[in-house]
Ligand binder design. Structure first.
Ligand code: DGI
Ligand code: FE
Ligand code: FE
Ligand code: FE
Length: 188
């Protein structure tokens, strides 16, 4: 079993330095959010370290994992930037021995979310939006919402993603919309 430092070294070796910086930011934000909203900060940190592990794998390698492991291959019908979440969860389990389903699901749903997200899933998904290195229009608004409500922060995050996809005339993964709607209902 790897120590935490060995885990970090192994994951950071699979991505460019700027993406590892992002990962360190997600670790930091995820721990803060976990403590604020009652998720396990140790699990949050492990999920954060691994969440983008497969992000820079080749398309072929990601596709192979999705096909051969009979993972959610519906993803293959949608944009490639969605694939690394499912592939990352698989990798966390098989290569890094993570057997905690909560951590695996936080990795698996960090991009799309899902209906009925757990607190840990919300923490990782929101940390991914607001980590200190993120700089996109509206990020400070999401950060301020995140101080009071996981759900309000996430709705604003998903809204910004959906806005961007609409502006670029890209396909929206249906689960992204379902997640956003579910979070809106939780706000009511
Ligand atoms: O991996 P990160 O860049 O840290 O962030 P992420 O995993 O949240 O998102 C990865 C990419 O996925 C990002 O460029 C936006 C894109 N994305 C998120 N939701 C959807 C999506 N792309 C499409 N086509 N449809 C979606 O619903
Ligand atoms: Fe990601
Ligand atoms: Fe995200
Ligand atoms: Fe990320």
């Amino acid at each position: 079993n790897l120590t935490r430092d060995e885990l970090k070294a192994s994951v950071s070796a699979q991505m460019p330095q700027k993406r590892w910086k992002h990962t360190e930011g997600v670790m930091q934000s995820a721990i803060v959010l976990a403590k604020r909203y009652g998720a396990d900060p140790v699990k949050a940190e492990i999920a954060a370290i691994l969440h983008d592990v497969a992000k820079y794998w080749s398309t072929e390698r990601q596709e192979q994992v999705l096909r051969e492991q009979a993972l959610n291959d519906e993803l293959l019908l949608y944009d490639k930037p969605l694939w690394h979440a499912e592939v990352g969860a698989y990798t966390a389990q098989t290569e890094y021995g993570v057997d905690d389903e909560e951590i695996l699901n936080a990795i698996r749903y960090h991009t799309s979310g899902r209906v009925g997200m757990t607190v840990l899933e919300k923490v990782i998904c929101l940390a991914d939006y607001i980590e200190p290195g993120r700089d996109f229009p509206g990020v400070d608004h999401i950060r301020s919402l995140a101080e009071h409500s996981l759900e309000a922060g996430l709705v604003a995050g998903f809204d910004s993603t959906i806005h961007l996809l609409l502006a670029r005339r890209q396909v929206i993964f249906p689960l992204t919309v379902l997640s956003r709607n579910d979070l809106v209902k939780q706000l009511e």
